[in-house]
Ligand binder design. Structure first.
Ligand SMILES: N#Cc1c(-c2ccc3cc[nH]c3c2)n[nH]c1N
Length: 238
């Protein structure tokens, strides 16, 4: 997969693209992520990317020209990207969308900033996406959240062990099961016996039950959604 990111603050992505699982996936060539400074696609000597809103009002709006120039330049060759725009009121990002996006060969993420982008930029956009009902100062952090959730799903990025760990759970949006490590007892708090039993089938069913129970308690709408889609097995429904 290739992802092109358009932003006025490219420096925000430096650590994210160098460290951890994402950093390794990029350095190993499993995925390609290119961050582009929208300012590099301006033509004036002051490299202006924003302007005051027509009709008055607070703040500034990202101009359409530099973004369109960037899009035209970056799509001259190769597959056309599936274009996302990060917006506070966009479609809510979730695991289902992450799975869908992970199957695209190429993404472009346009990061909003200031009061947002000129409305005409949306003629380039396939999906306006929000990571939650709260307002941030810009769309760069949401872009990193989206990339993290999507890239971890690319085969080979997580490596064998982790990718086997939770596929059928997290990919259905179910909450995770409790994790423990040594010591077996810490300040009077014991690790559940089943996890010390070495009985893999019992451990697996305990973890599944814990995940379903936690999801039902904290996010019942996820269970209802999976039921409606027929994505819960007969055993899971019992
Ligand atoms: N996605 C997303 C966002 C944002 C966001 C996105 C773009 C801009 C541009 C200025 N402020 C922004 C906030 N806030 N909260 C979210 N879930």
């Amino acid at each position: 997969m290739r992802i092109d990111v358009l932003t006025v603050l490219p420096g925000l992505f430096d650590c994210f693209l160098k460290e951890g699982v994402i950093g390794k996936a990029i350095s190993s060539g499993k995925v390609e992520v290119k961050v582009h400074n929208i300012r590099d696609f301006t033509t004036d000597k002051h490299r202006v990317v924003d302007d005051v809103p027509y009709g008055g009002g607070p703040g500034m709006v990202l101009k359409p020209e530099p973004i369109f120039r960037a899009y035209d330049e970056l799509t001259k060759e190769g597959e056309k990207p599936y274009v996302l725009l990060t917006e506070p009121w966009g479609e809510k990002f979730n695991q289902e969308m992450a799975v869908e996006l992970s199957k695209k060969p190429r993404l472009m993420i346009i990061c909003g900033r200031y009061e947002g982008v000129d409305e005409r930029v949306k003629s380039l956009v396939d999906r306006e996406v929000s990571i939650g009902d709260y307002v941030l100062t810009g769309g760069e952090l949401p872009a990193m959240v989206i990339m993290d959730a999507v890239l971890r799903l690319i085969p080979g990025v997580l490596g064998n062990l982790e990718s086997l760990r939770a596929d059928s759970f997290s990919d259905r949006g179910l909450l995770g099961y409790p994790n423990y490590t040594r010591p077996a007892e810490f300040r009077g708090m014991k690790v559940p016996e089943v996890l010390l039993s070495g009985h893999h089938k019992k451990i697996e069913s305990w973890r599944k039950e814990q995940s379903l129970r936690k999801t039902l308690e904290r996010r019942p709408e996820i269970i209802e959604n999976l039921k409606r889609k027929g994505l819960l097995t007969k055993e899971e429904l019992e």
